[in-house]
Design a protein around this ligand. Structure first.
Ligand SMILES: Nc1ncnc2c1ncn2[C@@H]1O[C@H](COP(=O)(O)OP(=O)(O)OP(=O)(O)O)[C@@H](O)[C@H]1O
Ligand SMILES: [Mg+2]
Length: 409
């Protein structure tokens, strides 16, 4: 019997909110049957700064997708930016309390509490402390020390931290939009799912998502996500430079950039003049494609160089064996792969999700979320709208934790 599950993935980006509905057939094939897009308002650098405007953007995208599917969208799977979640390793040490030196659950509880003592940046909270191993009087590798005898109990623990304000606001905006949430998925995992081959992930590869407000760099090796960095640069900065430089509106600058821009000098067409209007819309003038290039290229080069510096911080002076894969809206810039190859001095490939109707890197995060959720069987069978906010929040965290552990363990 054919089994069909509908899975909805939502990418709340700085420039667009995108919702895709995927039909998963027998847990294998995926068809995208619904698409909803809206211009993103209320989000800056991947973070919600205006709840009501974000809710409006979400609602517009949801309505469009629901019209296309002809049904209400079920529980959503939502992407989160890597900077929202962090992992820190820490140690805890306590003296065993009982006189007969038998280790109790209370000792384990105390040592885990001791491991929680770390300096956290403002806004970060500890979501969970996961013991990697216990050490009893210097003997390491112990999984469960309860009942053992010893004087000193230590733990090597992994502490999961979350940028709580931004995550709470994300959940709040979805709640205000009347939407149920099934899972939060790291954007990096979602993109990796759809943009990279198994071999690339195994050999070692950087995946760079060049978005509107942020650039997320993910490093995969041995089949797993190993590291993430998020830079506050994106295509909107190029558009801003253009709007200011050409004294025109952001909208027109965006259109000119996409229609006529290039990042390679040899791609400039000699005799192309581009008509632009000033901010008031009254005065028209012409600019050459060379002039346009002069605004765009330095910014793009700067973005790529910042990526390169970040990769060096990961410990890479040379690219990993499978090179670099680019996705996100900016990866559509004419000539970008070539410029990136020059800058990174390694093979660079553009990601192209091959799904009907969404064959563009701007959809890779949303498609990836669906694929990730379907493949990892995290489709919740039933959700209750009545869950209170705290309950919902805890429930979601269980899922974020599951994903985080899935990757880094
Ligand atoms: N054909 C194109 N050429 C150049 N730039 C493009 C093109 N198409 C889209 N862009 C740029 O890509 C950016 C949007 O990318 P994307 O849709 O991936 O961002 P987002 O996911 O909404 O934002 P973020 O990931 O930063 O939160 C915009 O700056 C846009 O100008
Ligand atoms: Mg994005």
């Amino acid at each position: 019997m054919t089994r069909r599950d509908l899975v909805a993935g939502m990418d709340i980006g700085t420039s667009h909110v995108r919702i895709l509905v995927g039909e998963i057939i027998n847990n294998e094939a995926m068809n995208i049957i619904g698409v909803g897009t809206s211009l993103s308002e209320g989000i800056k650098k991947g973070v919600i700064i205006d709840l009501e405007r974000t809710v409006e953007s979400i609602n517009r995208a949801v309505e469009e997708a629901e019209r296309m599917v002809g049904a209400k969208i079920g529980p959503l799977n939502v992407g989160i930016v890597g900077s929202n979640v962090g992992l820190v390793n820490n140690k805890g040490i306590v003296a065993v309390a009982r006189d007969d030196k038998e280790i109790t659950e209370q000792d384990v509880e105390r040592v885990l509490q001791a491991a929680r003592v770390i300096a956290l940046p403002q806004d970060r909270e500890i979501i969970d402390v996961i013991p990697r191993e216990f050490i009893v009087d210097g003997y390491d590798g112990i999984r469960d020390p309860v009942g053992m005898l010893g004087v000193r109990l230590e733990v090597e623990a992994m502490i999961i931290t979350g940028a709580m304000t931004s995550l709470r606001n994300l959940l709040r905006s979805l709640n205000m939009a009347g939407l149920e949430v099934n899972a939060l998925v790291l954007n990096s995992l979602a993109n990796g799912e759809i943009c990279l081959s198994r071999d690339e992930k195994e050999m070692g590869v950087f995946l760079v998502d060049l978005g509107g407000g942020i650039t997320e760099i993910s490093f995969f090796e041995q089949g797993a996500l190993k590291d993430i960095a998020v830079l506050s640069v994106g295509g909107d900065h190029i558009t801003n430079d253009l709007a200011v430089g050409l004294r025109t509106t952001f909208e027109l600058a965006e259109r000119i950039k996409i229609e006529h821009g290039t990042v390679l000098e040899n791609m400039i067409s000699d005799n192309e003049d581009i008509e632009i209007e000033d901010i008031s819309g009254r005065e028209k003038r012409k600019i050459s494609s060379q002039e346009l290039f002069n605004y765009i290229e330095p910014r793009v080069l700067e973005m790529l160089q910042l990526c390169r510096e970040e990769m060096a911080r990961f410990g890479f002076t040379k690219a990993p064996p499978a090179g670099i894969v680019l996705t996100g809206g900016v990866s559509l810039s004419r000539g970008l792969a070539e410029l990136a190859e020059e800058t990174f001095d390694c093979p660079v490939r553009l990601a192209q999700p091959e799904y009907l109707g969404v064959k563009s890197p701007i959809y890779s995060t949303a498609v990836g979320i669906i694929s990730y959720v379907a493949r990892n069987h995290v489709i919740r069978q039933s959700t209750r709208r009545t869950e209170n906010k705290i309950g919902l929040f805890n429930h979601i965290w269980q899922r974020v934790k599951a994903f985080v552990l899935d990757i880094w363990q």
